[in-house]
Design a protein around this ligand. Structure first.
Ligand code: AMP
Length: 113
């Protein structure tokens, strides 16, 4: 499996501002925040993107969404938030380890750029 900078964060080889961790997943603040709250939720298992997830990953994918909810409460995002999964080249993905962007504390517009 290919390694990304997120593998190093999971192994604590490089620093990250971690806001949540369990056996299966990690959540940490994005280093280039696009909103006052901008957190990445990642599985510890290397899954390149949603496009390469399999039926075997179904429980893990659901787990990641429930972490979004948990971290949103923790961050005081009761007014709402946006969850984004950039996928592949056209989707604007730059780090090829599946991650959910959780962004909040500002009004989001639609459509996104
Ligand atoms: P994407 O463009 O959807 O693949 O998102 C990758 C995200 O990872 C970007 O928002 C980057 O700012 C973020 N990022 C890259 N390296 C780090 C890092 N070392 N710590 C935290 N966030 C990072």
């Amino acid at each position: 499996m290919s390694e990304t900078i997120f593998s190093k964060i999971i192994r604590k080889e490089i620093p990250a501002d971690i806001v949540y961790e369990d056996d299966l997943a990690l959540a940490f603040r994005d280093v280039h925040p696009q909103a006052p709250v901008h957190i990445l939720i990642i599985p510890k298992k290397v899954i390149v993107s949603i496009a390469s997830a399999t039926a075997e990953d179904a429980t893990l994918l659901g787990h990641l969404l429930l972490i979004v909810k948990k971290v949103a409460i923790q961050e005081g995002l009761e007014n709402g938030y946006r969850v984004v999964i950039n996928t592949g080249e056209d989707g604007g993905q730059t780090v090829f380890h599946l991650h959910l962007h959780l962004m909040g504390k500002r009004l989001m517009t639609w459509p996104p750029g």
